[in-house]
Design a protein. Structure first.
Length: 662
């Protein structure tokens, strides 16, 4: 099997070194997935048994793809190969050995919601004042303590007794939380040398993908298993380490060098994705980080197009610019929507971009966050509007029947459902029947709450029928619901969240008003508006796949992806680098994040930096990101909205489109 003929020299060296520790520093776009595939295939060709190989990565999808790629190269069934996430590997060991720690093998695995419920139960056992505790924050603290990211010190000590009680509850329930899948695995391996020896003999060859994203605990598992036979290969890029907030420690590369001093080190610096201009910008930027392994990405491809930087007046102008740019390039360069990536530092920046896409009928999908129209507070108001349009819409009525809270309990709701089913009518019709004769239905207690709900709906249905503007009706609805008061009550411990969510409501109402005032809006009515947003509120996982939709994504979620054209929005101070990250001393990680964003682009990079931006309910002045000053002069040009496609160009585009459809 001559696998190495498919690779260049450095990749061949990486794939061909089977025995001994190996550190592969794989730069962005260096084809490291291809190296991993051929390395495993080469091991098998050299006689290594499938069952001796352990390949660890970070998502189930990546593990499956790894196996499929190796299978396509080798033609083998690979039933004996272990390729999994770290947590899935932990489950595998614990299912076999957790009895050594006093658990039963049929243990449950609790997610974050379950974890917080157990903490709540533990607080009840200790008679702690539960109303004053933020269980989500406490859960995050316990996770950091358990995985060694934070010590028991300072204010943390106030929660130590609760932590110990939480652990006792888990043990009593024969349950583990997500962090235990790593932490308890380490305990099994460290406390029982015979078990460790068994697993060392079982897995003689260990490979770790995305090594820069491993936590200290995950690296301990790798070191424990690999330090005997020392056939450990780790593949990573410290310049792409952007997940410290969830425990990743890029300095594991340094620890690997310390623990395996005889390692071979191979740098993969050839980039197969981006043009020379894009790589020159990325190299110059990341060189400002001091705590990194030096490398210089290069490409055998061409110089490419200039990087563009535009300064829109506002975030609304920025969104229109992005939409117009995509629209023009799809027609002029014959690109499909899936070849565009619109990247933002935080999900809070997506709303105006989504609005612009909606206005221009540009299909898109949101990655790394929730679509603006799917955020709970916005979806609540949309559900009210849908019920105004159609009172028999049970799905949306159920969503709002107790939002804000009205005291309509589960028993009342079940009785209403039973009544609707017995009469073969909608839930709203059942409510009206109860209001007419509450005694006959045994629902006197909930009648007043149902009156309030129906009154709100009917009042605003009348406003719509009378021809009142939709935006005015929607604002009146939000006021009558006292949605702000509802948010304040729901988030008593964090009014900032309530303020942020209400700002989303305000933005949504402003969006309706702008749509109404748009001279191109032929029908500014309720039904037309709801039909308009159906495209983005419907299931996003349709048959179009990635080719049919622009990918609107946070930079974190875009890691590992690539696009012909990347539009990077919000390149402003306090956004990237983010203000909170600067407070925490994470400037170098923010620079790595910007580096990741730049290197997602294959042919073209377009950046925008607004002069003004709406934050909450205020308009603030913005300054360009200081990272822009770190890009070499001559690589970045001032950009402007692309020239409109003329009639003849549009005609040729549609003629070509029709010919492809024949």
């Amino acid at each position: 099997m001559n696998l190495l003929q498919h690779l260049n020299d450095r990749q061949a060296e990486a794939a061909g070194t089977v025995h001994g520790p190996l550190l592969i520093i794989a730069g962005a776009g260096s084809g490291k997935t291809r190296v991993i595939t051929y390395r495993i295939a080469h091991m098998l060709a050299e006689g290594v048994r499938q069952s001796e190989i352990l390949a660890l990565t970070f998502t189930n999808k990546a593990a499956r793809e790894m196996v499929e790629r190796v299978r396509s190269v080798t033609g083998a069934k690979l039933a004996g190969l272990t390729a999994s996430t770290f947590h899935a590997f932990g489950v595998k060991i614990l299912r076999e050995r957790i009895g050594l720690l006093g658990y039963r093998e049929n243990f449950s695995i609790y997610d974050q919601v379950d974890r917080n419920d157990v903490i709540r139960e533990a607080a009840r056992s200790l008679a702690l004042p539960r109303d004053s505790l933020d269980f989500s924050k406490i859960g995050a603290l316990f996770s950091a303590i358990k995985t060694g990211r934070l010590p028991w010190a300072g204010g943390n000590l106030d929660h130590r007794s609760l932590y110990l009680e939480y652990q006792e509850h888990l043990k009593a329930y024969n349950a583990v939380d997500f962090d235990d899948l790593i932490v308890l695995t380490i305990r099994v391996l460290e406390e029982f040398p015979g078990v460790l020896e068994e697993y060392r003999e079982r897995y003689r060859y260990i490979m770790v993908d995305e090594f820069q994203d491993t936590s200290l605990s995950q690296y301990r598992i790798v070191r424990l298993l690999g330090e005997k036979h020392r056939n450990v290969c780790v593949v990573g890029d410290d310049d792409q380490s952007i997940y410290s907030w969830r425990g990743a420690n890029y300095q594991n590369i340094v620890f690997f060098e310390r623990d395996f001093p005889e390692r071979a080190e191979i740098k993969l610096e050839q980039n197969y994705r981006s043009t020379r201009r894009i790589l020159d910008a990325a190299n110059a930027l990341i060189a400002h980080n001091k705590d990194r392994k030096p490398k210089e990405l290069w490409t055998g491809g061409g110089e490419g197009k200039a990087i563009e930087l535009s300064y829109p007046e506002s975030d609304a102008d920025e969104a229109r610019f992005i939409a117009e740019t995509i629209r023009t390039h799809t027609m002029r360069d014959k690109l499909v929507y899936g070849q565009f990536g619109v990247l933002v530092r935080t999900n809070s920046l997506t709303a105006p971009i989504e609005e612009a896409f909606l206005s221009e009928n540009i299909p898109y999908r949101v990655s790394g966050g929730t679509s603006f129209f799917q955020r709970k507070e916005v979806k609540d108001i949309i559900s009210y509007l849908r019920v105004l349009a159609n009172r028999d819409d049970d799905v949306n009525l159920l969503r709002i029947i107790n939002t804000p809270r009205r005291g309509i309990g589960r028993r009342t709701l079940q009785q209403l459902r039973d009544l609707a089913e017995s009469r073969s009518c909608s839930l709203f019709a059942a409510i009206e029947a109860v209001r007419r004769a509450p005694e006959s239905q045994g629902l006197q207690k909930g009648a007043a709450d149902l009156d309030e709900l129906v009154g709100t709906i009917e009042t605003h249905r009348e406003l719509i029928r009378s021809g009142r503007r939709l935006s005015e009706t929607a604002r009146s609805l939000v006021t009558s619901l006292d949605y702000w008061g509802y948010l304040v009550a729901e988030y008593q411990k964090n009014e900032r969240i309530a303020t942020w969510k209400f700002a989303n409501i305000t933005r949504f109402l402003d969006m309706i008003e702008r749509w109404e005032n748009d001279p191109d809006t032929e029908d500014p009515g309720l039904f037309a508006f709801l039909s308009r947003i159906t495209l983005v509120t419907s299931d996003e996982d349709d048959d179009d796949g990635e080719k049919g939709k622009v990918n609107l994504s946070t930079i974190h979620a875009a890691k590992g992806l690539e696009f012909e054209i990347v539009l990077l929005a919000g390149v402003e101070d306090a956004i990237i680098p983010h203000a909170r990250a600067l407070e925490e001393g994470s400037l170098e990680e923010e620079r790595r994040l910007f580096y990741v964003a730049i290197t997602r682009a294959k042919q073209k990079l377009i950046m925008t930096s607004c002069r003004k931006r709406r934050v909450m309910r205020e308009t603030v002045e913005c300054s360009p990101s200081p990272f822009l000053a770190e890009l070499p002069e001559g690589l970045v040009e001032s950009g402007a909205a692309p020239a409109e496609v003329d009639a003849e160009e549009a005609r040729r585009y549609f003629e070509a489109l029709k010919s492809r459809l024949k």
